[in-house]
Structures are given as structure tokens and as C-alpha cells.
Design a protein around this ligand. Structure first.
Ligand SMILES: C[S@@+](CC[C@H](N)C(=O)[O-])C[C@H]1O[C@@H](n2cnc3c(N)ncnc32)[C@H](O)[C@@H]1O
Length: 237
């Protein structure tokens, strides 16, 4: 059962809402339901995490990422957005690098089927639009229905995969950048350690791990990581 991999306080807080939504009156009913119906397990897992994301989330952190990438002379590279939600994170990296004439291959993975289906269209609701996208005007367009979408080149550069960080190895090894932002916070101490080990093993020596602005990685040295900027770490071993 996967629940032990998620943080207990997180599970407890959200479990009751799920119970009511699915029409159960107590936990034992839910446990029976989970045994009978694998789809219910998938829905529960989805309910336990939120899918909030945005373009260039925490903008100064993206600027520092750009500075580090450009200082290291990478004109192309391979990145992984692990827990990509509906796609703003991999799309932000693609836009940022494309503006500099760089061609990145980006793997974008999530464990939630529905969110990933939405992500792979690279078509976004009006509300997701941000003035931070203005410099990238040549790379997106408004659609007739009020949504906006990224240019065809983004479809070739971003590879979407259904992937569970708690159960599977990374999709490809030797990434120049792994972004795992606001995902590790949902995991139990033990699961976070296991996932972090997999994420770091997927980064090239000299490559970067990019985490959320409010996240901490006090144990970074234990994973062969060195802090090079707030929320940005470089693998050295
Ligand atoms: C809060 S969103 C973060 C989105 C994006 N990384 C960002 O920072 O804007 C967390 C995402 O992690 C995904 N997630 C949760 N558990 C996961 C797991 N075990 N494997 C892969 N993705 C997972 C959720 O489906 C959700 O889309």
C-alpha cells in the first residue's frame, strides 16, 4: 500500500475529505473499497497531492537557474521535470532556454494520468497566463477559445511520461538538470530519502537539482550535492 510513503499529517488532513467525496462513512469502508477497486487507490493518491503549478514559479529562482546554466556553458542539455503537474514547469524551462537559442530535451513526468493528459497538449487556460511570458511572445499564441498554446517546437522537445517517483527508477539517466519542485514535501522521511537518491543518481556529475523556493535540503552533502544558489544544488559526487 502506497500511503505509508506520504507524510502522515498530509494524509490525515486530506483523507476525510476524500472519504466524504467518495460516499464512505468510515475508514474501514474505505479500506474495503481499496481492496476491491484499484481505481479508487489511484483516485486517492491523486487527491492526496495538489497540482498547483505556474509558469516561472518563484521568478528570482528561475533567473538564478538561468545564470548558472549559462555560466556553465550549456547550449543544449537534457532535463527532467519530476512531478510536472499540468506542464508549466517543463514549459518554462523550454521557453527560457529557447529564448537563448538553446535546444533542450525535457522529460516531464507525473503520476497523475489526467493531469499529464492535459499537460501534453501544451494548451493552457487563460488564468495561467502571466506577464512573465511576454518576452517569449514568438513562442506562444492565443487560441480562439481563449486558451493559449506553445509552438510546435515545444511538442518535439518535451517528452511526457506517466511515472511514479515512489515506485519507479528515473526515465533516463544523466540529466543536466533535474527539477523536483514542491513534490518531495508530500513524502514521508523514508520515502523522501529514497526518491532523492534516485533523483540525484539521474543527474550528471556537475548537473543541477532545482527544488522549490520554500523547500530545504539540509542533508544535501549526504547526497553528493553542493548548494550553489538558494534552492539550487550541483552534483559533485
Ligand atoms: C504541487 S505539484 C508541483 C508541480 C511543479 N513541480 C511545480 O513546482 O510547479 C506536485 C505534483 O507532484 C505529483 N506527484 C505526487 N506524488 C507523485 C509521485 N509519487 N510520483 C510522481 N509525481 C507525483 C502530483 O501529481 C503533482 O502534479
Amino acid at each position: 500500500m502506497f500511503l505509508e510513503d506520504y507524510r502522515r499529517d498530509q494524509v490525515e488532513r486530506r483523507l476525510w475529505g476524500f472519504l466524504l467525496r467518495e460516499g464512505y462513512t468510515d475508514l474501514s469502508g474505505l479500506v474495503d473499497g481499496l481492496r476491491r477497486d484499484p481505481e479508487l487507490g489511484a483516485r486517492l493518491k491523486n487527491f492526496l497531492t495538489v497540482h498547483v503549478t505556474e509558469f516561472f514559479r518563484d521568478p528570482p529562482y528561475w533567473q538564478r537557474l538561468a545564470q548558472k546554466l549559462h555560466a556553465s556553458g550549456l547550449a543544449s542539455g537534457r532535463a527532467w521535470s519530476a512531478g510536472c503537474s499540468w506542464g508549466a514547469e517543463p514549459a518554462s524551462l523550454w521557453l527560457m532556454e529557447r529564448l537563448h537559442g538553446h535546444f533542450w530535451d525535457i522529460w516531464a513526468t507525473d503520476t497523475d494520468v489526467v493531469t499529464l493528459q492535459q499537460a501534453r497538449r501544451l494548451r493552457f487556460p487563460k488564468e495561467s497566463f502571466s506577464p512573465l511570458l511576454d518576452p517569449y511572445r514568438d513562442m506562444w499564441r492565443w487560441e480562439e477559445d481563449g486558451t493559449w498554446s506553445l509552438s510546435a517546437a515545444a511538442h518535439n522537445a518535451i517528452h511526457w511520461e506517466l511515472h511514479d517517483l515512489l515506485a519507479e527508477k528515473p526515465p533516463v539517466r544523466s540529466f543536466d538538470v533535474v527539477m523536483s519542485r514542491y513534490v518531495l514535501i508530500y513524502f514521508s522521511h523514508e520515502a523522501r530519502h529514497r526518491v532523492l537518491e534516485n533523483l540525484v543518481n539521474a543527474i550528471k556529475i556537475g548537473g543541477f537539482l532545482f527544488i522549490g523556493a520554500t523547500e530545504t535540503l539540509l542533508d544535501a552533502p549526504q547526497f553528493g550535492l553542493k548548494a550553489v544558489a538558494p534552492a539550487l544544488f550541483q552534483r559533485h559526487a
